[in-house]
Ligand binder design. Structure first.
Ligand code: DUC
Ligand code: ZN
Ligand code: ZN
Length: 451
């Protein structure tokens, strides 16, 4: 055996037990009350620690051309930060070009990612063009190992209602999963124009132009079409109460509707846009009011939110400053890839949710929903993507301790109870007590399957 993690408490999505974990060739090969060291190469003492599956961040935007610039974390910096926060796999978005087959989109993006990624990765294809036979290229992409797609209802790469509907029909036919960024584009544009014409240009009006109902209506519409087509639907970054209620209702009716939320919606409310540095918090959808935040936490507790992901999309302060006098010029997005697992585990350590719930939301469920068969739990045969977590190590987030290529973080000063001390990616130590020990190019493309 290459390594034994001894005396720790294993936490999976539905079980917690004391055990030793044996690793060989990057895989978990043995789990037992006690594993004899014999000729084992290395022993890790996890007494007093939790042994967790690495998190899977199902929603990142690395090196993404957006808002007049490119998000500041490339594939190396983003996956380095992921590793240092206990995330051992990321899903990035491969944005289709017009006229491009979906598999070509994935290959184009993978060529950029493969030399740089420090942890494993896969993609969702962000669909723009389904004409001239391109809708049918979804079949080949599913076979290639990317069975998940996303449509945006906003931005210049957003799709029409008709395209969204056709993508859902296709997904139903071939067993793909469609994610959706749900906000009502028309309302966003109308409200934005109104506020600008009234000279209301501060970051607060980013929120005011995308308030609760702008997202809630779009969630309801998206769910309506999923019901009509019979296709499963994954709502990304759900941040409002009306949408939560629509998801709960659809689930109760038996529809296959999944919901993801992000830590920023759990920690911050729209009040942040009144702050001096409010523009740093500008992302879409924006943080919402306290009522929405409470509704999301309640949905997490009762199991109606399926996953936590980050929507990681950092921009430098100078780029955020483009919007000091005009909120529409602020590149949308914030850093979070290094904070997700520690934040959710801290919520568990403080009694808000259980550790099993945190693991389910951040690892087990994304692995199941997106078809990563080798990930998502500490179990024999799975990849040895493992986090050693110290529940007694308190941690205050400051940007100088983060591992992104960004000069600020919205998480500055947030206090966490407990913190990861080590991260292993397929058995290789990539993070140790504050230090990144991984390497560029270690991360592998993970083929996913929903069959
Ligand atoms: N929202 C953001 O804030 N950034 C990237 C894309 C998105 O949908
Ligand atoms: Zn989005
Ligand atoms: Zn996003």
């Amino acid at each position: 055996m290459d390594m034994i993690i001894k005396n720790g408490t294993v936490v999976n999505g539905s079980a917690t037990f004391k055990a030793d974990v044996g690793i060989s060739g990057g895989k978990i090969v043995c789990i037992a009350d006690s594993i004899e060291p014999n000729d084992c190469q290395s022993i890790v003492d996890a007494s007093g620690k939790l042994v967790l599956p690495g998190a899977i961040d199902a929603h990142t935007h690395l090196a993404m051309p957006f808002g007049g610039t490119v998000s500041s974390d490339d594939y190396f910096a983003g996956t380095r930060a992921a590793a240092c926060g206990g995330t051992t796999m990321v899903f990035d978005f491969a944005l289709q070009d017009f006229g491009e087959k979906m598999t070509d989109t994935v290959k184009r993006r993978d060529a950029l990612c493969a030399p740089d990624a420090a942890v494993d990765y896969s993609f969702h294809v962000a669909v723009k063009d389904v004409d001239n036979g391109l809708l049918d290229s979804i079949d080949e992409c599913v076979e290639y190992g990317v069975p998940s797609f996303k449509v945006f209802m906003v931005y210049d790469f957003g799709v029409t209602d008709g395209v969204f509907y056709r993508v859902l029909q296709k997904a139903k036919e071939v067993g793909a999963l469609i994610g959706v960024h749900a906000e009502n584009n028309e309302l966003v544009n109308t409200l934005t124009k109104q506020y600008l014409s009234e000279g209301k240009t501060s970051a607060w009006y980013h929120y005011m132009s995308r308030p609760e109902f702008v997202e809630g209506e779009a969630d309801e519409r998206a769910i309506q079409w999923a019901k009509a087509t019979g296709a499963p639907l994954y709502i990304v970054h759900l941040a409002n109460k009306q949408g939560v209620e629509a998801v709960t209702k659809a689930k109760d009716e038996g529809y296959e509707i999944y919901a993801e939320t992000c830590p920023q919606y759990l920690e911050f409310t729209s009040d942040v846009y009144k702050r001096e540095d409010g523009r740093n918090f500008v992302c879409s959808p924006p943080m919402k009011g306290a009522e929405s935040q409470a509704a999301i936490w309640e949905a997490i507790k009762r199991g109606d939110i399926d996953t936590i992901a980050t929507d990681h999309c950092p921009f430098q302060s100078a780029e955020k400053d483009w919007g000091i006098n005009d909120f529409t010029k602020i590149p949308n997005g914030c850093a979070g890839i290094e904070n997700m697992y520690p934040y959710m585990l801290s919520a568990a350590n403080s009694g808000k949710i259980t550790f099993e719930q945190a693991v389910k939301l951040c690892s087990e469920n994304p692995a199941k929903i997106f078809g990563c068969k080798d990930k998502g739990s500490v179990a024999i045969g799975k990849d040895a993507d493992i986090v050693i977590y110290d529940p007694d190590l308190d941690f205050t987030i400051t940007n100088d301790k983060m591992h992104s290529d960004c000069d600020h973080t919205i998480w500055e000063g947030v206090k966490l109870h407990g913190y990861p001390v080590q991260t292993y990616s397929r058995g290789r130590l990539v993070y140790d007590k504050g230090e990144f020990l991984g390497e560029r190019g270690w991360g592998k493309f993970v083929k996913c399957s929903l069959k």
